[in-house]
Write a protein that binds this ligand. Structure first.
Ligand code: 4NP
Length: 185
């Protein structure tokens, strides 16, 4: 018997139908923790938390184990989102296989991700706003910037997350109605 009981079967179905999303930036303390927190909140508002697994990671190792930058924590908090419990981690080779969609926040992130990715996983990698909004715009690194830069980053990630939630929810819904896993490309 494939599953020990109905609960295992239900859990396996939940996992199978989840879309796994990884947001990546250079340090995993400014942009990608915000993206993780905002997209998770947007998905929760739509009652779709069960359908997604959402994480974030860094390309560099300077801040591994650190909480998000205080300016990211503050702008998220002002918008009702708590990202203070996140801790930076570096992307691993396994991440390229564990996640269906991997989003770089800027073009340099995307180029580096494509260099690191196993060949058969490169089509999972996208520039976030290109995928979400069909925009060529990058989410620029605000690390050496001002509070206003963090506010702008929050706003663009929020817009991208709302659009992506619409796009992926439609796909998740249509895949579920066909009894299949969702297509993400
Ligand atoms: P993030 O910002 O990539 O959005 O997390 C940065 C954070 C730290 C550094 C660079 C970018 N750094 O050079 O330490």
């Amino acid at each position: 018997m494939l599953f020990e009981n109905m609960k295992d079967s239900a859990d396996a179905m939940t996992v199978q139908s989840q879309t796994a999303i990884l947001f990546v930036c250079l340090g995993n303390i400014c942009r990608s923790p915000l993206a993780e927190g905002i997209f998770r909140a947007v998905i929760a508002e739509r009652g779709l938390s069960h359908a997604f697994r959402i994480e974030s990671a860094a390309l560099g190792d300077w801040h591994v184990g650190d909480p998000p930058d205080a300016r990211s924590v503050a702008v998220a908090r002002r918008n009702g989102i708590d990202i203070s419990g996140q801790r930076a981690r570096r992307i691993t080779v396994e991440d390229f296989l564990r996640f269906d969609l991997i989003f770089g926040m800027d073009r340099t992130n995307v180029t580096r991700l494509r260099q690191l990715a196993p060949r058969n996983s490169r089509d999972r990698i996208h520039l976030f706003l290109e995928y979400a909004l069909a925009s060529a715009e990058e989410i620029a690194d605000p690390y050496y910037g001002s509070e206003e830069d963090f506010i702008a980053v929050y706003g663009r990630i929020r817009e991208g997350s709302e659009a992506m939630a619409e796009k992926l929810a439609v796909r998740a819904g249509s895949a579920r109605s066909r009894g299949q896993a969702s297509s993400t490309t």
